[in-house]
Design a protein around this ligand. Structure first.
Ligand SMILES: Nc1ncnc2c1ncn2[C@@H]1O[C@H](COP(=O)(O)OP(=O)(O)O)[C@@H](O)[C@H]1O
Ligand SMILES: [Mg+2]
Length: 387
């Protein structure tokens, strides 16, 4: 009996519910052959006991057919989603914590921050996902070095891509290159829901979500679909950005999302030749806003040319240059974020019950089902979007 024979036999065992086999999926982790006794370690992504049983039965049958006398199949399945403290609607229950990264406007470094925080959290030993929910400008694939990589689609589910120890999904990975879509309200809601429900995220400690800039349908839909554990706002020190950031912090409050902190990006400049830090836009402008919203600045990230090149080349600074000043600050910010998340959970977690769509009396709910009706706490929301 050889490993080839065993793998060929296991290649006939399809993963329950999918058309591909457990070898192709990469679920077969170890094969031990001793004469005609075979032990196989299989790691699956489903915690359903019937999935494990079906794999054990089929694998045993296939291996006996090629001459095995004794077969032991060890299935390593993720634990059933832990009862955690958060309450309310959650359409991605295998994810324990959700972090919404927002900014008042584009170009302030929201995606850069999301990428580097996600990698820094993973480096701290957590299971992390990164969802690029910026459907208007999905540039996380490029920043993660995954541009042009297409995910595996299984039935109506999609496997996330993986880079730097982080699971990732983006509209950019699902669309053809250069394709653009015009997003209407109902489509945005559907896209956000599908990102949470139809991506085969592992059991994650934390999903970092890079939102479109501003406060709109995407933010509201996310908050209604999952209990968002914490929000982070990215700003630059200039006043215009700060005014917008205030709106973004105000949105967190309206959506009952605890604020884990503010990242002040492009805060000073570190000269690549001398390492000297210069104050360009004026530091310290963010602090009063942090005080106003009873939160803190969790990082001041300088303008560092290697942050931009790292983004363009798909080699994020936290991974590619962990000793750089910016990488250290992202790492500290990630530690601060995680400490906030643990504290929020210890204090009873979050709930999104208060932001669920309400149907006014006498008005029927949207025929599409699940599309939110008018949201009373969100002034600019345009009705249910069932147009
Ligand atoms: N601290 C920084 N130093 C240098 N370049 C940066 C920094 N932060 C962001 N950038 C660059 O600025 C551009 C915009 O950043 P991005 O993260 O895409 O912003 P947003 O997602 O808010 O639109 C990118 O090219 C990025 O690499
Ligand atoms: Mg972006």
């Amino acid at each position: 009996m050889t490993e080839e024979i065993v793998k060929a036999a296991l290649g006939k065992v399809t993963y329950p519910g999918f058309s591909k086999d457990i070898v192709t999926f990469g679920f077969v982790k170890k094969v031990n052959i001793s004469g005609t006794s075979i032990t196989v370690d299989v790691e699956v992504t489903s915690s359903a006991p019937e999935v494990a049983q079906q794999i054990i039965d089929e694998a045993t049958t296939e291996l006996k057919m090629v001459g095995a006398s004794e077969v032991v199949i060890n299935i390593n399945a993720p634990k059933m989603p832990r009862e955690d403290s958060s309450k309310g609607k959650n359409i991605a229950p295998q994810v324990k914590n959700f972090v919404m990264v927002s900014s008042g406007k584009g170009g302030v470094g929201k995606s850069t921050t999301s990428v580097n925080l996600a990698i820094a959290l993973a480096q701290q030993g957590l299971k992390v996902g990164l969802l690029d929910a910026d459907i208007y400008g999905p540039n996380i694939p490029r920043m993660m070095g995954l541009e042009g990589v297409k995910p595996q689609i299984e039935g109506n589910k999609v496997l996330p891509l993986k880079a730097y120890g982080v699971e990732m999904m983006s509209m950019g990975s699902l669309m053809e290159d250069g394709q653009s879509l015009i997003w209407r309200g109902a489509m945005i809601m559907k896209a956000i829901e599908q990102f949470l429900r139809d991506i085969l995220w592992s059991e994650l400690d934390c999903l970092v979500i890079d939102m479109p800039p501003g406060t709109g349908d995407a933010q509201l839909t996310l908050a209604q679909s999952v209990p968002v554990t914490a929000g982070i706002t990215v700003t630059t020190p200039q006043m215009v950005s700060l005014d917008d950031s205030r709106r973004s912090l105000d949105m967190f409050q309206k959506l009952n999302i605890p604020i884990a902190g503010i990242v002040e990006n492009m805060s000073g400049f570190i000269a690549p030749d001398t390492g000297v830090e210069y104050d360009i836009f004026g530091k310290g402008t963010t602090q009063p806003m942090a005080d106003e919203f009873k939160t803190k600045i969790i990082a001041e990230i300088p303008i560092e040319p290697s942050i931009r090149t790292g983004g363009d080349e798909g080699k994020p600074i936290t991974f590619a240059a962990p000793d750089s000043e910016s990488a250290k600050r992202f790492t500290q910010a990630a530690a601060s974020l995680w400490a906030s998340i643990e504290k929020i959970n210890e204090d009873g977690g979050v709930t999104n019950e208060g932001v669920q769509p309400t149907t006014p009396p006498g008005v029927s709910a949207c025929s599409t089902g699940g599309a939110p009706a008018k949201e009373p706490t969100h002034k600019n929301h345009q009705g249910c979007g069932c147009d």
